[in-house]
Design a protein around this ligand. Structure first.
Ligand code: C2E
Ligand code: CA
Ligand code: CA
Length: 404
């Protein structure tokens, strides 16, 4: 079935008519070329960028995975086009307004999509230019809230508004708890508990935000382990999520070691979850980071694994603890025959290469049974336990196993 949002069409508007009048047509033309180039750099080969007449451009973006991705792309385009440029000796800065219509949601045909993208563009203009708007009002509110959140994230870290929740992972044969995944939440004074998808996706674009957040998480996880240790709660490793940006940070390993030292913890009690692109982006750097972590016992899990068969060769050269099968595949085990086949094949191949396999997002008994038959090693999901604050996880740690 086609993804819900396959196409985004957006128009952006600048002000070359004025530039034509004040600086001449030559500069106006140069500016249009400059903008076109910047737009092209923001998108993929397969996307379409076209000048729609005057100072309007239309872009057709295919295969945007989520509305969040579309919002992020829009923010990137506004940022990029809004950068000052020097043309023919003149310093020029434009403030583009961008309107977004989503195929399916906002229209089925090109005329409707263009009309709605245009209407959204006027909203963006009315909001003061240099910004973007979705045609859909709900999406707009979410996008605006998300950009506000990203702006205030730094303050939230300093003010101590972030929390860690923990979700247990357990062996599938005896349901013994093998580890806890740490998941960040923001206890916002006005908006209540906010989930990471609402503030991380934008923050990830900005290393000044994502790095301090990552350091906070490392420290908070170690602090929790030390607290439990002092209270004689039986310990299992905590696995923290490390974003691509953070994994590329040369200080990551030192930060992790410093936190372990600060709380006098062995490296075996801490692990990280990274996605495949952390490795494929720069295999040599990844190898070096992982060797350093391993020297201290810190384990690495590959998160969100779904279609990376081609990377198995590369992965097999690295020392990883396990592969985590993406929850989208697990959720479809019983609806999509192909996904069940993919899950089974990932497990078989991973085992041949010597990795453990963990299934995330397990929600039903049927999924548990399927995974058991397929030989999956570990499970995690709402079926067993939703992510929860430390105090709600403690009884499970004392017990040592899932109740189911
Ligand atoms: P993820 O690493 O794939 O984390 C698992 C997500 O699945 C969590 O969402 C968790 O609450 C949710 N989940 C667990 N069991 C089930 C289930 O049975 N069904 C369904 N439908 N969902 C389940 P959450 O907490 O909203 O986190 C979303 C994403 O945000 C995470 O995806 C991770 O990529 C990112 N994230 C969370 N905490 C951190 C962090 O501290 N640092 C970084 N860099 N990223 C984080
Ligand atoms: Ca994860
Ligand atoms: Ca995951």
């Amino acid at each position: 079935s086609p993804p819900k949002f396959t196409y985004k069409s957006c128009t952006s508007e600048l002000n070359p008519p004025q530039i034509n009048d004040t600086l001449g047509h030559r500069v106006g033309d140069l500016l249009l070329c400059e903008v076109a180039n910047r737009l092209k750099i923001c998108v993929r080969e397969s996307d379409l960028v076209a000048r729609f007449g005057g100072d309007e451009f239309v872009m057709l973006i295919s295969d945007a995975a989520t509305v969040n991705d579309v919002g992020q792309l829009a923010a990137k385009i506004v940022e990029s086009v809004g950068q000052p440029c020097k043309l023919d000796g003149h310093d020029i800065e434009v403030r583009p307004s961008l309107g977004i219509a989503l195929y399916g949601r906002d229209g089925q045909d090109i005329e409707t999509l263009l009309k709605h993208a245009d209407a959204a563009m006027y909203e963006a203009k009315a909001a003061g230019r240099g910004t973007f708007r979705f045609y859909d009002e709900t999406l707009n509110r979410i996008a605006v809230l998300q950009s506000e959140l990203a702006l205030h994230l730094q303050r939230a870290i300093v003010d101590g508004e972030l929390r860690l929740h923990f979700q247990p992972q357990a062996a599938l044969d005896n349901f013994r708890v093998t580890g806890l995944e740490a998941l960040v939440r923001w206890e916002h004074p006005e908006h209540g508990l906010i989930f990471p998808d609402n503030f991380l996706s934008l923050a990830e674009e900005d290393s000044l935000l994502i790095l301090p957040l990552g350091y906070w998480v490392i420290d908070a996880a170690c602090h929790q382990l030390a607290t439990w240790k002092a209270q004689d709660v039986p310990l299992v490793p905590i696995y923290i999520n490390v974003s691509t940006r953070q994994f590329r940070d040369a200080n990551l390993v030192n930060r992790i070691f410093a936190a372990l030292d600060k709380y006098s913890l062995p490296g075996e009690l801490l692990g990280i979850e990274i996605t495949e692109n952390c490795i494929t982006d720069d295999p040599d750097q990844a190898m070096a980071q992982m060797m350093a972590l391993r020297a201290r016992g810190v384990q690495v899990t590959i998160d969100d694994f779904k279609s990376g068969f081609l990377n198995f060769g590369l992965l097999s050269e690295l020392h990883i603890r396990a592969i985590m099968i993406d929850r989208s595949l697990i959720g479809n085990i019983h609806n999509h025959h192909n996904d069940a086949i993919i899950v089974d094949s990932i497990i078989t191949l991973a085992h041949k290469l010597g990795f453990r396999v963990l299934a995330e997002g397990v929600e039903t008994r049927e999924q548990v049974l399927h995974l058991k038959l397929a030989g999956c090693d570990e499970v995690q999901g709402y079926f067993f336990q939703r992510p929860a604050p430390a105090n709600e996880i403690e009884s499970m740690l004392h017990q040592g196993e899932f109740e189911k």
